[in-house]
Design a protein around this ligand. Structure first.
Ligand SMILES: NC(=O)c1ccc[n+]([C@@H]2O[C@H](COP(=O)([O-])OP(=O)(O)OC[C@H]3O[C@@H](n4cnc5c(N)ncnc54)[C@H](OP(=O)(O)O)[C@@H]3O)[C@@H](O)[C@H]2O)c1
Length: 248
């Protein structure tokens, strides 16, 4: 039990990678709060993670929602040991077709959302806390049709460095996870026609030397490592979990 008695907050914990992280945290003895916007998936995830985790509806682009998230967390569990700033979206559009609304949407959720998720948590984090931000291999590569998403994830990776530097006096460690292709509901939200998604998934597998997508629990176990004392000498770092895609 690597996270016994630890209090965790996971944004976007009602789906995909965030839910996989919450499952692994629960198995290691943590409790706390998952957040998201959609009530149906929040309720389903809460039932799955009960009694360790509760769900709080909270939009990462709303300052009052973030304040509500931390108020509810601390009222119920006390101060926070682990924060996973995971909520994010991707929309695929060729560079000449990117519209202003889709540009703003991705930067609002993926960059502004992650920044203020951490900033608003600061008064509620314990000294020595572990913060994990969800970046992506998209921050390393030039994927066609993903110019805005890739740029948002490069920004997120940068936050791990600057927040770690600024939070040194409190020994709060901020590290990034950069997953490769992990099959989640996100694939159906890219903006591709639904019948093209299976073909896209096959294409993603071909880009991965291990010849398969990763699983949300494979990301969850890396998150356990970064959240626990096993990674106590790591800060400002990025762990790439991508089946060898960007290295081999
Ligand atoms: N899947 C991959 O291959 C992959 C690879 C690299 C990085 N990532 C990153 O991993 C993270 C999770 O993605 P996923 O693949 O697990 O996708 P997902 O299943 O679609 O999950 C995204 C999560 O983010 C939440 N979310 C989105 N906008 C939000 C907002 N404004 N406020 C609060 N929550 C919000 C969603 O909940 P609601 O819809 O209820 O708000 C959902 O729980 C993202 O940051 C993504 O960029 C994914």
């Amino acid at each position: 039990m690597k996270l016994q008695n630890k209090v965790a907050v996971i944004t976007g914990g009602n789906s995909g990678i965030g839910l996989g992280i919450a499952e692994e945290f629960k198995a290691e003895g943590a409790s706390g709060v998952i957040s998201g916007r959609d009530t149906k998936t929040l309720n389903e995830a809460e039932n799955k993670l009960s009694p360790s985790f509760i769900a709080v509806q909270s939009d990462v682009t709303s300052m009052s929602d973030l304040e509500k998230l931390y108020q509810k967390t601390t009222e119920r569990f006390g101060k926070i040991d682990i924060l996973v700033a995971n909520a994010g979206i991707a929309r695929l559009q060729p560079v000449d077709q990117v519209d202003e609304d889709t540009y703003d949407l991705q930067f609002d959720i993926n960059v502004k959302g992650i920044f203020f998720t951490i900033q608003k948590a600061l008064p509620h984090l314990k000294d020595g806390a572990s913060v994990i931000v969800m970046a992506s291999t998209a921050g390393h590569k030039g994927f066609q049709g993903a110019s805005i998403y890739c740029a948002t994830k490069a920004a997120v990776r940068s936050f791990a460095r600057t927040f770690s530097a600024e939070l040194l006096p409190r020994k709060i460690r901020v590290n990034a996870i950069s997953p490769g292709f992990i099959e989640t509901p996100a694939y159906y939200k890219f903006g591709l026609p639904e019948d093209m998604v299976p073909q896209a998934i096959e294409g993603f597998k071909k880009l991965t030397p291990l010849d398969r997508s990763g699983t949300v629990n494979e990301i969850g176990r890396v998150a356990v490592f970064l959240a626990s004392e096993d990674s106590s000498f790591m800060l400002g770092e990025e762990v790439v979990v991508d089946g060898g895609m960007i290295t081999l």
